[in-house]
Design a protein around this ligand. Sequence first.
Ligand SMILES: Nc1ncnc2c1ncn2[C@@H]1O[C@H](COP(=O)(O)OP(=O)(O)OP(=O)(O)O)[C@@H](O)[C@H]1O
Ligand SMILES: [Mg+2]
Length: 302
Amino acid sequence: MSRAKVFHVEHLSFDYGPDLPALRDVSFEVLDGETVCLLGANGCGKSTLLRLLDGLLAPTAGRIEAWGSEITKERLSDEAWNGEFRRRVSLLFQDADVQLFCPTVLEDVAFGPLQLGASPADARARAEELLELFGLAKLAMRVPSTLSGGQKRRVALASCLATDPDVLLMDEPFAALDPRSQVELLEVLQQLQDRGKTILIATHDLGFAEEVAARALLLSEEHTLLVDGTVEEVLSDERLLLQANVIHEHSHRHGGIRHSHPHRHGARHGTHHHTHGVQDHAHEEPRDDGHCGSGRPPCPSG
Ligand SMILES: Nc1ncnc2c1ncn2[C@@H]1O[C@H](COP(=O)(O)OP(=O)(O)OP(=O)(O)O)[C@@H](O)[C@H]1O
Ligand SMILES: [Mg+2]
């Protein structure tokens, strides 16, 4: 049985203003139940694309259809259409502060269900269930703005899931999470996939992309879609990854020998192998904070 089309994106371009391009002629489709990673360097247009798919921005050129109907200003201002769209699609913002605005964590998570017509008791029960799931029960009465970055992100995730959307648009969901929370999020994503949810994840972390998605879209720094393929295809194309600036040529020393090779950062690329003359070396990759693994001194950069 062929799967229904959730998004159909055709020749989509978006400019924030004159000389402020964010997306250039991007076309792709997302099918029901797919998990797709949106990869690309800082500023390539990932967040912009997710905001367009959520109807928060309108295309400068091109079009986006959701379940066969074009997302237009007219439709978004139609209460019934907008209500149904908001029920089905949920965006996790890159910046959790944009997402959290209620006086307490509990109210923030209950907000979506209340908006969609749940009774206060049901909305509260749903919020409590999600806070429990994300290990946030103790924070229920806290003011969201006083939470740590990772706590805010987990509350934002809980509030996104509270309405049980069909489509999750997640902007850097792993950022700011500690390793345990990252693993918990991977488990939650697995459960959502098992329940047939459609998930788009913007990330420049190739390791998480490989972990969660079957398919990847890679955006260039010129804001075009470089490749749309399986995660394996995309992540094995070193030339394209270098071109997109999601891996980089990194030069460093081993025992007095300087060499350079492409580096990728991410959960599943903690170690790699390469050769110096006849010797084969394996070493830990530097993490994004410039440190090699836990407790080690910073990597020499040259
Ligand atoms: N509000 C804005 N006004 C003007 N330009 C913007 C605005 N938001 C983003 N841009 C620009 O649009 C381009 C795409 O930005 P976007 O935030 O979509 O990138 P991104 O891929 O999500 O990057 P990151 O990995 O840093 O989150 C960038 O060049 C950015 O500077
Ligand atoms: Mg972004």
